[in-house]
Design a protein around this ligand. Structure first.
Ligand code: NDP
Length: 450
């Protein structure tokens, strides 16, 4: 079969971050591209993830900002918060972004099928309408969805998907999990006035982040009034006559709440795609197995993003989509470099990190040189807010090369993006020391570490 005999050069399933980037770039390289999306163009990040979540984080921050304002001379009266105004404005912006993503695909002449597609051959997909389409290459970019523990009554809980659509902020919220989503929504709900309890199956929060910054978030959260229950596994959730939920868990007393939010990881969307029939292999964790070029066990079929469970972050999915399109359609063989990926948790206050933690560096090199700055940001001093930031630099024990940077404090993700450039470039502590501080800032602490 010659290329021209196929309906398309590329058929992408899933119009999220990875799928849209791959489709758009492939089309810009001259490929004939179609994409099938059964929900909305934009994917998790834009529709029910990073973007609307960040807007809620901004909104939540006003609670403290308005309180702090009086120490800066402002009389703001008695602030009132209206969830529905925020919710509708956020959802309105999601609609706008959905439109922009669709427009991007249209502008690049990518044909969109707003329906489900199933792979029915190495070069064939069948749409929900029954129509069959052939393509030289198929890209699976179907992402992931929230994992919900299978305890009796789990159907009474919600996930982050539904959190953006609530009719009201629940008075008492139980958040299951202690990872990214749990800590971000804990901050959001707490700032909006809910009584928040996080429960986790293990005894730690944010596994993978540096221990000192995790501990600092836990301490700050406890002081703010959030509650934590560790080593707790769900047993059952009973819906009571008044609509409240009674949650039974191991090692702890039952807890009565008005909402249970599951934030217990995400699982790849592989069901009903026809993967078995066509011979696409899966990993032990049920994700699509790919090589460094994002190619699956079927040579004409590729996969990018969360469905492959490499690093579940939007910018990584975007890079995978770009590398795929450049390699396959642009004559520019490219692989994604997974080293030193910075990340952030938009908790209250936020956490950010890049490179090795102190524990990882010690394990790898026998020891590590660690420099820390533990300080109260100037704004917090005047606001009489006793909340301290912590910056930590982890260096190679002999060469002083910076192996990792970890921070918690206001704007940590903003600061980290640029600090990560230095770590990625392999700079040393001496390079940071040689850089003159910008005073007064919080980030100057990074070049003043002793
Ligand atoms: P995380 O992987 O961050 O955290 C999962 C949490 O749930 C952990 O506390 C884990 O416990 C617990 N858990 C996992 N499996 C189970 C289970 N079977 N039963 C009970 N508890 C369980 O997942 P999230 O859901 O918070 O987020 C999903 C992914 O989305 C993240 O990995 C991240 O990559 C991405 N994301 C990124 C964001 C960002 O960049 N700011 C924001 C939101 C999401 P334990 O640690 O004890 O194993």
């Amino acid at each position: 079969m010659s290329d021209a005999d196929y309906d398309y050069d590329l058929f992408t399933i899933g119009a999220g971050s990875g799928g849209v980037r791959a489709s758009r770039v492939a089309a810009a390289h001259g490929a004939r591209v179609a994409v099938a999306e059964e929900f909305r163009v934009g994917g998790t990040c834009v529709i029910r993830g990073c973007v609307p979540k960040k807007m809620l984080v901004y909104a939540a921050h006003f609670a403290e900002d308005l309180e702090d304002a009086k120490h800066f001379g402002w009389d703001v009266g008695e602030p009132r918060f209206d969830w529905k105004t925020l919710r509708d404005n956020v959802l309105g912006d999601v609609d706008r972004l959905n439109g922009l993503y669709t427009q991007t695909l249209d502008n690049n002449k990518v044909e969109i099928f707003h329906e489900r597609a199933v792979i029915t051959g190495p070069n064939e997909v069948t749409l929900a309408s029954g129509e069959k389409k052939t393509a030289k290459h198929i890209l699976i970019a179907t992402g992931a969805r929230p994992h919900v523990p299978s305890c009796p009554g789990h159907e009474h809980g919600i996930t982050s998907n539904e959190a953006f659509h609530l009719d009201a902020i629940p008075r008492r919220v139980l958040i299951a999990g202690a990872g990214y989503i749990a800590n971000e929504f804990a901050g959001i709900f707490h700032q909006f006035g809910a009584k928040v309890t996080l429960i986790n199956r293990s005894d730690q929060i944010l596994r993978g982040y540096d221990e000192s910054v995790r501990d600092r978030l836990l301490q700050i959260s406890l002081i703010k009034g959030l509650e934590f229950r560790f080593n707790a596994n769900f047993e059952k959730i009973d819906k009571q006559d008044d609509g409240s939920l009674l949650v039974h868990m191991s090692n702890h007393e039952p807890l009565e709440v008005d909402c249970v939010l599951f934030a217990t990881g995400r699982v790849p969307n592989i069901e009903g795609l026809g993967l078995d029939d066509v011979g696409v292999k899966l990993t032990d964790k049920g994700a699509i197995e790919v090589d460094e070029n994002s190619r699956t066990s079927v040579p004409s079929i590729y996969a990018v993003g969360d469905v492959t469970d490499r690093v579940q972050l939007t910018p990584v999915a975007i890079r995978e989509g770009q590398a795929f399109a450049d390699s396959v359609f642009g004559g520019k063989p490219t692989t994604v470099d997974y080293a030193c990926i910075p990340s952030a948790v938009f908790s209250h206050p936020p956490i950010a990190g890049v490179g090795l933690t102190e524990a990882q560096a010690t394990q790898q090199f026998g020891s590590a040189k660690v420099y820390t700055s533990d300080f109260r940001p100037m704004k917090n001093v005047l606001a009489q807010r006793n909340e301290r930031s912590l910056y930590k630099m982890v260096c190679h024990p002999e060469t002083d090369k910076v192996l990792g940077i970890h921070m918690i404090g206001p704007d940590a993700p903003e600061i980290m993006q640029l600090a990560a450039v230095a770590v990625k470039a392999g700079l040393s502590k001496a390079d940071f020391d040689a850089t003159v501080a910008i005073h007064p800032t919080m980030s100057e602490e990074m070049v003043l570490l002793k």
